[in-house]
Design a binder for this molecule. Structure first.
Ligand code: ZN
Length: 479
């Protein structure tokens, strides 16, 4: 039996949902095919779950296969990337990995309880052994991209276990899992180094107050110490009063940023040193031995200073900027949907049928709209946009030139239309669609779609209250 790696992602989800409100897709028709309630009340076992083998996984789910297929595909692709990341390491365990995808958190808890695991503190986990031996994730209650992020996170733990056993210290295991969770995944490979400005800001505050984990302590941190720190509830009254960075989730933030520093550093020598450190640790050496062989006399104190400078200097990347702008533009389109209506069955249809009038009218209307908002996405950051900003209509292409976002109106089928907003000159090219279903906007959805999963589906305003409620429930459950 190995140690469990549990992630307190519930709190995270709750916080994001509370803060994001509008933008966080929850349940709804996306999971329309879920198993009936009565069926779900049966106790859930490996035997009565739907299961099949994918390329790298043995999948178990109490949802219908169709509903989780996209997640399984994502897992398979991500796993390939992890195999590449661990190239040259010995495989300690071969064969397919188990992946358990549950409809609800309660389903997950019930299943794990039968295996003797109390998972009430965790939102998702990787469990080596215990008759589970796999990653365990809940599908409902997350945006699609949120679920994919959690899958990337847990799949990293799984891969690390497969290639390093339990040699990877928890802080680094979590730091790397967070790093890949935050990264985007495009056409079978990671777009690494995405910067989550919220977390960077909180790290900067901690650095200014001197309330962060000294790098020397972090590198030497035992798994027991990590677990002990997790029990200090960040966000709890006591943690706020002490305003220490050491507790709970803040450990994840710092570990992520230390990994980010090593993986994204402009100097090849720094990136190489980290890779070497990891390899030596993988061979079962101690921190002291690995550090000496990889960092070649660099004093930890100096390394910490470089790291602090790095954190202080981190900024938005072009992709992050584009993401926020397209979100804002999408919100604007959506506002217009609500104002004018966009369906109504053909030209001159009910409510003016804005979209039947073409792209230039749409853009004109958008420009006329007085609209401003804080745009915020899970894990990315926040920025205030107004329609007066000329910037929001432009993005930076792969050649460094500025390009206008393109708008296209398309027939979405089944009586609704879509507006596609794209940044075709980016690498990779990006597009997303805003669409509404139904004449009364019931079930209206605002969705970002790509050839890749980097972005989430966005819930509608009308669902925002429900989202907050869900988050509130999670908060209560945790107490
Ligand atoms: Zn984790």
């Amino acid at each position: 039996m190995g140690k469990m790696i549990c992630d307190d992602v519930i709190r995270w989800a709750a916080v994001s949902m509370l803060v994001l409100g509008v933008m966080f897709g929850v349940g709804g028709d996306l999971y329309g095919q879920r198993t009936g309630r009565r069926e779900r009340q049966r106790s859930i076992t490996k035997q009565n779950m739907t299961s099949w083998e994918s390329e790298h996984y043995k999948v178990y789910t109490n949802l219908e296969r169709e509903a989780v297929e996209k997640y399984v595909e994502h897992l398979d692709e991500v796993y390939e990337a992890y195999i590449e990341f661990f190239a040259g390491y010995d495989v300690r365990k071969s064969g397919r990995n188990n992946a358990y995808l549950f409809a609800t958190r309660q389903d997950m808890l019930n299943f794990l309880k039968r295996q003797g695991i109390d998972a009430r503190h965790a939102g998702a986990m990787f469990v080596p052994g215990w008759g589970v031996d796999g990653l365990v994730v809940t599908v409902e209650g997350w945006s699609e991209s949120g679920t994919m992020g959690v899958l990337r996170h847990e799949a990293f733990h799984q891969a690390a276990h497969q290639f390093m056993g339990d040699r990877l210290p928890t802080w680094m295991n979590e730091g790397l899992a967070e790093y890949f969770d935050t990264s985007w995944f495009v056409e079978g490979r990671f777009v690494e180094g995405v910067v989550d400005m919220d977390r960077v800001r909180s790290m900067r505050d901690a650095v200014k107050r001197g309330a962060f984990i000294r790098l020397d302590d972090l590198f030497k941190m035992t798994n027991e110490k990590w677990a002990k720190n997790m029990r200090k509830r960040v966000g709890g009254r006591r943690a706020r009063v002490s305003s220490k960075m050491q507790g709970g989730k803040h450990q994840y933030t710092q570990s992520w940023l230390v990994v980010h520093f090593f993986m994204q550093h402009e100097k090849q020598a720094v990136r190489d040193a980290f890779e070497k450190y990891l390899r030596v640790i993988g061979r079962g050496r101690t921190h002291r031995q690995a550090y000496a062989s990889a960092f070649n006399g660099v004093k930890m104190r100096d390394l910490e200073r470089y790291w602090v400078d790095y954190v202080m200097g981190l900024g938005f990347d072009d992709f992050g900027e584009m993401q926020l702008e397209t979100l804002f533009l999408g919100e604007m389109v959506w506002e217009l949907f609500k104002k004018h209506g966009q369906t109504g069955g053909g030209e001159g249809g009910a409510g003016g049928g804005l979209l039947w009038q073409g792209e230039s009218v749409l853009k004109e209307e958008m420009r006329r709209l007085k609209f401003e908002m804080n745009v915020k996405m899970d894990r990315i950051g926040e920025k205030r946009f107004t329609t007066k900003d000329e910037d929001v209509w432009w993005y930076q292409g792969k050649d460094g030139e500025k390009y206008r976002y393109e708008f296209e109106i398309q027939e979405g089928g089944a009586g609704y239309q879509e507006v596609w907003i794209s940044a075709k000159e980016m690498e990779p090219a990006v597009r997303f669609k805003v669409f509404a279903k139904g004449a009364n906007h019931e079930g209206m959805r605002f969705e970002m779609l790509y050839d890749w999963d980097g972005f989430g589906d966005l819930a509608v305003v009308e669902e925002a209250e429900e989202i907050v409620e869900v988050a509130g429930r999670d908060e209560r459950r945790r107490r």
